[in-house]
Design a protein around this ligand. Structure first.
Ligand SMILES: Nc1ncnc2c1ncn2[C@@H]1O[C@H](COP(=O)(O)OP(=O)(O)OP(=O)(O)O)[C@@H](O)[C@H]1O
Length: 267
């Protein structure tokens, strides 16, 4: 049997006495949208920080296409095709949208510094290819109107899309989205759902997402994993996980509240 596209195997991180992530295992298939939900402090972002190598796990393994990446430096993980967005947008605020996207695209730069200093034809060709890639992302995410705007001057919703674009410019195989709808209004969240669907369907990118908005989760996710206090509570389809008794109790609070959330998601 071939290895899963992505696998986290019994990963754990401890901060002092706190088990922030405690033996979490999951696999993600190629092209899937896999979403991690859970109340504040459940350990969701810590799982992302283990995958993108911001934290060293105290136990467990992380595998991408059968290759162990648990101990690789963060830049090597990016080079292998894992990109992410952050809960609190991380962009170069005083650079333009285009400059931010070009920085993302430069992850795959293959030319050497001497060739660049001499601006050899190989460098020129590489730059043209990068610009083409960036223009594709600008088209895909309707960012042309903001191309030369400074990020700091953009509305919050547009900055979230630029951050998504910067991640896409790295040409990821696996995209980690940390709360893509946070801070967005209903209309912007709807747009974000479209972008996520386009990214998976048209570009074949696999998405692992942390998200609180259950309407967005139900719409775009193939499978959902619920966490609480560093552990996995349930895994399955969005509806299965939403109605799982442990999730209802830990995440949503009461069965009546869960019903209300489920009805809202279905409407
Ligand atoms: N660098 C750190 N040092 C100490 N404790 C940390 C650190 N990072 C996270 N924690 C703690 O680990 C636990 C899990 O945090 P994490 O940010 O992963 O939760 P989360 O599920 O993403 O929450 P939220 O939905 O609020 O973002 C929390 O109790 C948090 O305070």
């Amino acid at each position: 049997m071939s290895a899963p596209f992505f696998e986290a195997e019994s990963i754990a991180v401890q901060f002092g006495g706190l088990k922030a992530v405690d033996g979490v295992s999951f696999t993600v298939g190629k092209g899937e949208v896999f979403t991690i939900i859970g109340p504040n402090g459940a350990g969701k972002t810590t799982v992302f920080n283990i995958i993108s190598r911001i934290y060293n796990p105290t136990a467990g393994r992380v595998m991408l296409e059968g290759e162990e990446i648990t101990k690789l430096p963060a830049h090597r993980v990016a080079g292998l095709g894992i990109a992410r967005t952050f809960q609190n947008i991380e962009l170069f605020e005083h650079a333009t949208v285009l400059q931010n996207l070009l920085i993302g695209a430069h992850v795959h730069r293959t030319t050497n510094p001497l060739a660049e200093a001499l601006f050899l034809p190989s460098v020129k060709r590489a730059e043209v290819a990068l610009r083409e890639k960036v223009e594709e992302v600008i088209d895909l995410l309707d960012l042309a109107v903001h191309r030369d705007a400074t990020v700091a001057g953009l509305p919050y919703g547009a900055r979230k899309v630029v951050e998504l674009g910067r991640a896409l410019c790295t040409r990821p195989k696996l995209l980690l989205l940390d709360e893509p709808s946070s801070g967005l209004n209903v209309e912007e969240t709807e747009d974000m759902a479209f972008w996520i669907e386009d990214i998976t369907r048209d570009l074949g990118i696999t998405v692992v997402m942390v998200e609180h908005d259950m309407t967005l989760v139900s719409r775009v996710s193939d499978r959902v994993m619920a966490m609480n206090q560093g552990r996995v509570l349930a895994m399955g389809s969005p509806a299965e996980v939403q109605h799982h008794p442990a999730v209802v109790e830990a995440y949503i609070g009461t069965p009546a509240a869960a019903e209300a959330v489920a009805e809202r998601a279905a409407s």
